[in-house]
Structure formats: C-alpha cells, structure tokens
Ligand binder design. Structure first.
Ligand SMILES: CC(C)(COP(=O)(O)OP(=O)(O)OC[C@H]1O[C@@H](n2cnc3c(N)ncnc32)[C@H](O)[C@@H]1OP(=O)(O)O)[C@@H](O)C(=O)NCCC(=O)NCCS
Length: 147
C-alpha cells in the first residue's frame, strides 16, 4: 500500500451520515476527546453540517472498503480540517498520507492556508501532521471548571 496511489475517493452526502457518525465516534475515542455524544447524536450533527454545507466530507476506499475520511470547511482564505480518521486496522500503511495527498491535490484549492487542531495528548496525530509538513502555529491553554 505504501506510496501507491490506489485510494478511490468520493464526496460524502447526507446518505453517508450513519457511516461517518460511526467513524467519528471511533475517532473521538482514539484521539481522547471529551465529547460524549453517541453515534445517533453524531449522525444528527453530521447531517446538519453536510445538509447546510457548513462542512464537507470526503470518503476514501481501498478494495471497496472505506479506509479513511476527512471533514473540513472552507473559508475565503483557509481550509480548516476538523476530522481525519484512518480505520484502526489499516494504520501506518500510508493511508493517512495518501488521503492528504488526494485532498491537497484534487479536492482543496492550492491557494489556501490549511489548518488542523490537534489535542496535545494525541501524540500519534501530532507526529503524523509534522511528518506531513504541518508546523506548530498556536497553542490552546485551559483551566477546567470545578466539578
Ligand atoms: C493520525 C492518523 C490519521 C494517521 O494515519 P495513518 O494512515 O496511520 O498515517 P500514515 O501511515 O500515512 O503515516 C504517515 C507518517 O506519519 C507519522 N505517523 C503516523 N502515525 C504515527 C504514530 N502512531 N506515531 C508516530 N508517527 C506516526 C509517521 O512519520 C508516518 O510515516 P512512516 O509510517 O513511514 O513512519 C491515524 O492514526 C488516525 O486516524 N488516528 C486516530 C484519529 C486521529 O487522531 N485523527 C487526527 C485528529 S487531529
């Protein structure tokens, strides 16, 4: 798989919301996010995003199976990547890298700045983005409210 351009891709529609919500749910677990939404709630949120065009999503397949997806929104100057997920049993095969190559080469305009927010504890993703050429730009610091 590595370095071979064999992922097929297509833009997701509202009909893909259940699938995307299931993958989003896994992503939330894997990145260690605090979001407690269940798959049904995630599906409703996804539906709203895609239906009204606030966000767009792209699905990537290998051998007929969905192996990754990306969710992003575009403003006049920026492409903000909100979600990127590679299925668990296909990681470290170059699928994430190839997903970004396709997005940058065929889906997103080359004229816009790309941004992605990463949880500080998600070391795998931080390493991934840096390997792909992303550079640190800002940090979000916080104090949690008392329980
Ligand atoms: C982050 C993620 C998208 C990476 O996808 P992937 O297909 O495994 O990444 P690739 O195989 O294309 O890796 C490309 C390079 O990134 C770096 N990298 C990827 N995963 C890494 C890890 N776990 N640890 C260290 N470096 C890593 C490596 O340099 C790698 O190249 P190499 O395999 O030749 O060493 C995937 O792990 C994932 O979906 N994680 C859960 C969801 C998530 O955290 N998404 C990002 C939210 S911001």
């Amino acid at each position: 798989m590595k370095n071979s351009a064999i992922l097929a891709w297509r833009r997701a529609t509202v009909n893909d919301c259940s699938l995307l919500a299931d993958l989003n749910h896994q992503l939330i677990r894997d990145e260690g996010h605090r979001n407690k939404m269940d798959v049904v709630q995630l599906s409703q949120r996804m539906n709203g995003w895609l239906q009204f065009g606030e966000y767009a999503a792209v699905l990537f397949q290998h051998g007929g199976d969905v192996v990754s997806y990306a969710l992003y929104r575009e403003t006049a100057e920026v492409v903000e990547l909100r979600q990127l997920f590679v299925i668990r049993n296909r990681r470290r095969e170059g699928i994430g890298r190839q997903t970004l190559t396709i997005l940058r080469g065929r889906v997103w305009p080359k004229t816009k700045r790309l941004t992605v927010e990463v949880l500080a504890k998600n070391a795998a993703a931080v390493a991934f983005w840096r390997a792909l050429g992303f550079r640190d730009y800002s940090m979000c610091l916080e104090i949690l409210p008392e329980p």
